[in-house]
Design a protein around this ligand. Sequence first.
Ligand code: PXP
Length: 239
Amino acid sequence: MKVTRLSVNINKIATLRNARGGSIPDVVKAAVKCQEFGAEGITVHPRPDERHIRYQDVRDLRSVITTEFNIEGYPSQRFIDLVLEVKPHQVTLVPDSHDVITSNQGWNVIKYEDFLKEVIKGFQQAGIRTSLFVESDLTQIERASATGTNRIELYTEPYARNYAENHEKAISPYVRAAKWALELGLELNAGHDLNLTNLRYFSKNLPGLLEVSIGHALISDALYYGLEKTIQLYLEQLQ
Ligand code: PXP
């Protein structure tokens, strides 16, 4: 039985568009196609400098998302206002500083607990499910639970980096983290550097994994296989 949903992160489509200016490729059309080809969610990550997805893209996407809309980002006031305006199904909070190329760490929930509690409360009052991007550290996960968040998203870059050397060793901290999160009553997402090589093993072995969000590798694979075939290949990994 398949329980893990595939959310396609379309930031890379916007990056390609922005390289030339203009509107090709069209991110709204790409989102529609991803859903038509089987994606079970669309993720966007508007960064403060809008170098990938722009704030206006997020607004334009709202009416075409028929699956799950997930907006990720650092909760600046501008980001919070955008999310409250657009009202996606889920908001994933990441601790990115302005200048990072891509998300490269989970929250230090211990340090930012009060801030996160406040932000999470605001989103939940607006009917938006929250997810906190965290590493597999058990204490951080325990504090994440204390913020009142509905879900956590496990940052899988270390898993992806260590996968080739030793699958079991690479996944074991995540299995421990997942079990702990479930025990605390948290729901579970995961993402970062998941791909056609490492995804099946991760989804098969991680208890309670509800959603993966995948961008870089999936959009790159679409260059080789086409978007439709690529999404099917990723969905097969989650069977
Ligand atoms: N999850 C979060 C919180 C992210 O910031 C990103 C990258 O934007 C992803 C998942 C997807 O990572 P990747 O592009 O490596 O698949």
